[in-house]
Design a protein around this ligand. Structure first.
Ligand code: CTP
Ligand SMILES: C[C@](O)(CO)[C@H](O)COP(=O)(O)O
Length: 232
């Protein structure tokens, strides 16, 4: 039977966010950032298990823990890069998942994923030979800067998309891709592309933004509040 598992890399330090608290634990509309995506996956009936990979020296998870049920498992095996964290997580679940089970890798720092987007991703890819990712077509005109932060060139934006997560690949392919990845791929698709495959782009939404800088947190707060109001 087709099974879907989620792996959430959550071992980053949030250096671009600043401050002392790693961003996955920053409060967002009454709960730590990471718990927004976790709640969604824990409540999604199509998801079999959810694996959170935190840093080996993370002393904050237990202070912020929320019971999401037995589907959620925590591994204190984070690595020096996002790719290393994901690979460590995959190796930790070897034997617990089938080689052709689907793995959805989702950033702890993307709290705006919705059930609609998750279902769209699963429906679009569950029969796919390769897998793929949520992404949005580039909406703005693209400028390349010179060293003095002046425009060197306007780049054509045709065919350009911004990668989001979840990124969804079969367990064996994803593990092989990350084991063989040269350099440090910043997403799973890049590692799979290096093996010669073409992951499918599935339309995401702006609300699935990644919290990278402080202003992103304000935007996410506004989006989630508007959501909560429209649901009351
Ligand atoms: N060594 C790392 C680095 C990042 N991540 C995770 O990868 C996701 C996306 O990465 P990013 O936004 O770059 O997070 P940080 O590395 O925390 O941020 P920064 O690059 O600003 O330090 C986050 O869920 C982050 O926790 C991880 O698990 N292990
Ligand atoms: C995986 C990702 O979220 C896709 O946009 C992104 O590449 C990770 O961000 P990072 O800042 O490069 O870690």
């Amino acid at each position: 039977m087709l099974k879907f598992h989620v792996l959430i890399p959550a071992a980053g330090s949030g250096s671009r966010m600043g401050g002392t608290l790693p961003k996955q634990y920053l409060p967002l509309n009454g709960k730590p950032l990471i718990h927004h995506a976790l709640s969604l996956f824990a409540s999604a009936s199509r998801i079999t298990s959810v694996h959170v990979v935190i840093a080996p020296d993370d002393a904050l998870w237990s202070q912020h823990e929320v019971d999401h049920g037995s589907k959620v498992v925590v591994h204190a095996l984070g690595g020096a890069t996002r790719a290393a964290t994901v690979l460590n997580g995959l190796e930790a679940i070897a034997g617990q998942v089938a080689e052709d089970d689907w793995i959805l890798v989702h950033d702890a720092a993307r709290p705006g994923l919705s059930m609609v987007m998750l279902d769209r991703l699963l429906d679009s890819l569950q029969e796919d030979a390769v897998g793929g990712l949520l992404a949005i077509p580039l909406a703005d005109t693209l400028k390349r800067a010179d060293a003095g932060q002046r425009v060197a060139k306007t780049e054509p934006r045709d065919g350009l998309w911004q990668a989001q997560t979840p990124q969804m690949f079969r367990y064996a392919l994803l593990k092989q891709a990350l084991q063989q990845a040269g350099g440090v791929p910043t997403d799973e698709a890049q590692a799979v592309e290096a093996l010669g495959f073409s992951p499918k782009l599935v339309p995401g939404e702006l609300r699935n933004l990644k919290i990278t800088y402080p202003q992103d947190l304000q935007l996410a707060e506004a989006i989630l509040l508007a959501d909560a109001r429209s649901n009351t």
